[in-house]
Design a protein around this ligand. Structure first.
Ligand SMILES: Nc1ncnc2c1ncn2[C@@H]1O[C@H](COP(=O)(O)OP(=O)(O)OP(=O)(O)O)[C@@H](O)[C@H]1O
Length: 579
């Protein structure tokens, strides 16, 4: 319940609507309650006494009540929906923004499937609960309390029956509402699993086909789908017991009323009309309790959803600005001083005591075995992750002192896995710099050797990239990802293994373009190929998270055993070094 309350700030802008909706419902309920009395007057005082002018007057009144009831009901629906839809849209927007600002380690806490369920069905669940709450929460309790009060006044002889029936109804409804919260949490978790499986299958469709794993994937989906089905059935079956149970309790109450009534009529201490009225009120009490319980049940279903939403919204981004951060332009001197880092703080660090210096304009090559920590080093520079020990400085200042926006705008980062969006080539490249001109776009495409294939498309830069960039080759994706980094003309350029799928001739042209066009930028080139980094001003040799050598290609070739081993393997493999 705490979770639901912590979302109340999203109601604030729509508070007026949220107040109008139940007030309109009061109007509808009042009109509903008046109508039987008017009918009674029409029969007793109009039709029975053959008073037509009175009948016509009362018919006018009843039509007026019906119209007002209609306005009340429709108004309630409109304002309730307006409140709930806006409330849900704002939460959805905030969730999306929160996820967008997640640091990489924040992201690792949630699966993509869970985040999708969060933004879609969890928010939907809250919206439904709020609509119901605003529409029914007046009707249910008003009918329930009103009927009890009327029984107390008009049928006190039978009131003891209510003292037994109402607590049994209330306890059963409380028990089922609580249980439904737990059951629907399990249902939502099963939906997460289905979403995660679908998302993974779609992303990996080519691998699935290549490895003939379609049957295996379908089997895995069947498992999560069956779990979802079983949990849904279980929840529905348990909740489904509530209605017949309450009807049974009410029927017992009616039998008790008839039983007691039969004796009292015999003693002439009660009239038949009172018993009939009591039965009617008992039905109304059940109706009131059931509609209140429906609202409570919907709220109980919404509580786990609210908890999951709050969990995401409250996930603290560990990477944020300090107070009064620096926004001074960055020149590009980068220094690591004894930096250590672990993804999982209980495990051994992935980077150990990393120290090196890069001056503005220099090219730093980073080489090492798979998993030695190359990508991790470069990801610490734009603060994708925060170093656990040591300091990373830019232009002599710890990176934490810089405004995150200033820091990241000064860096052109092409990650190891080229991520392109389902937009045009122009939009994808200009993602790095919205304000770039057409000339700058062409220049960036040329530097990354992308222009040659872009120009072959009929619609050139306006060519649309499909979701997951399935209409491009691996090398083409990498070239566009590099163009996106180039178009920023950044003070610090980071290329994380971005030429692994680029042919060696194009790679050489890209290297020349970088050397000519980014003379003042500090360049970090991560690669496992010697040919990609051999011309760097300084090469860092990584082994199991530690720098085991740094210097130029020639220096390392003479002095560093690990570097010599890498060189000799690549020479043996086919002369990559000499390309
Ligand atoms: N997000 C992550 N969460 C947990 N561990 C990670 C994460 N990313 C990388 N690692 C681990 O950190 C270590 C270093 O990974 P990193 O990606 O920096 O290596 P790398 O040298 O760039 O490897 P490669 O040449 O294969 O790209 C590896 O053992 C890897 O399993």
């Amino acid at each position: 319940m705490q979770a639901i309350f912590s979302l109340k700030k999203y109601m604030k802008p729509y508070m007026v609507f949220a107040i109008i909706a139940p007030l309109m419902m009061v109007l509808e309920v009042a009109m509903d309650l008046i109508q039987p009395t008017i009918m009674q007057h029409i029969i007793d005082n109009g039709i029975a006494k053959d008073n037509m002018p009175y009948v016509i007057k009362m018919f006018g009144l009843i039509i007026l009540c019906a119209v007002m009831g209609l306005i009340g009901g429709a108004g309630c629906s409109i304002y309730a929906s307006k409140t709930a839809i806006n409330f849900a849209a704002d939460i959805r927007q905030d969730l999306y923004e929160t996820i967008t600002y997640f640091s990489n380690s924040n992201k690792d806490h949630f699966t993509i499937g869970k985040l999708i369920t969060n933004i879609t069905s969890d928010v939907e669940m809250l919206q439904r609960a709020l609509t119901m709450l605003l529409k029914i929460f007046v009707r249910g309790p008003f009918t329930f309390i009103g009927a009890i009060v009327i029984v107390f006044i008009t049928a006190r002889e039978l009131f003891p029956i209510l003292l037994v029936v109402v607590p049994i109804l209330a306890i059963s409804i409380y028990f089922f509402t609580k249980l439904s919260g737990k059951l629907f949490l399990k249902v939502q978790e099963a939906i997460d699993a289905v979403n995660t499986r679908v998302q993974e299958n779609l992303a990996g469709i080519r691998v699935i086909k290549a490895y003939n794993r379609k049957k295996h994937q379908i089997e895995q989906f069947t498992t999560v789908n069956e779990t979802l089905m079983k949990r849904n059935i279980h929840a529905d079956q348990i909740i489904g017991i509530l209605m017949p149970l309450t009807a049974f309790v009410v029927n017992m109450g009616i039998i008790a009323a008839l039983w007691m009534g039969a004796f009292k009529i015999g003693n002439e201490t009660i009239e038949v009309g009172v018993i009939l009225a009591f039965i009617n009120y008992l039905m109304m009490i059940m109706g009131g309790l059931m509609s209140s319980s429906n609202v409570l049940m919907q709220i109980a279903r919404a509580v786990p959803s609210a908890k999951r939403i709050v969990e995401v919204l409250e996930e603290k981004s560990e990477i944020k600005n300090i107070e009064n951060p620096m926004s001074t332009p960055i020149k590009g001197a980068v220094e690591f001083e004894n930096v250590s880092f672990a993804y999982n703080k209980n495990n051994e660090p992935v980077l150990k005591n990393i120290s090196f210096k890069a001056n503005p304009g220099e090219t730093i090559g980073i080489i090492g075995m798979t998993g030695s920590g190359k990508s991790t080093i470069v990801q610490l520079i734009p603060r994708m992750f925060e170093a656990d020990q040591g300091v990373i400085k830019i232009d002599g200042q710890p990176i934490r002192h810089y405004d995150l926006h200033t820091l990241r705008s000064s860096i052109g980062f092409a990650p190891q896995k080229a991520t392109l969006f389902s937009r045009t080539i122009e939009a994808n490249v200009k993602y790095g710099n919205d304000e770039a001109t057409m000339d700058e776009l062409i220049e960036a495409l040329e530097s990354s050797c992308a222009l040659e294939f872009v120009e072959k498309f009929d619609d050139k830069q306006q060519h649309h990239i499909t979701q997951g960039a399935t209409n491009l080759s691996g090398g083409q994706k990498q070239r566009l990802a590099m163009a996106r980094a180039f178009i920023r003309k950044p003070a610090i350029l980071i290329l994380d293994d971005t030429t692994s799928a680029v042919d060696s001739f194009s790679e050489r042209r890209i290297q020349n373009a970088i050397a000519n066009n980014f003379k003042e930028s500090t360049k970090f080139i991560v690669s496992s190929k010697i040919s990609s980094i051999r011309h760097a001003d300084k090469i860092l040799v990584l082994d199991d998270g530690s720098i085991v050598g740094q210097g130029t290609h020639e220096e390392l070739l003479e002095t560093n055993r690990v570097y010599q081993e890498i060189v000799s393997t690549q020479l043996v493999r086919g002369g990559i070094l000499n390309e």
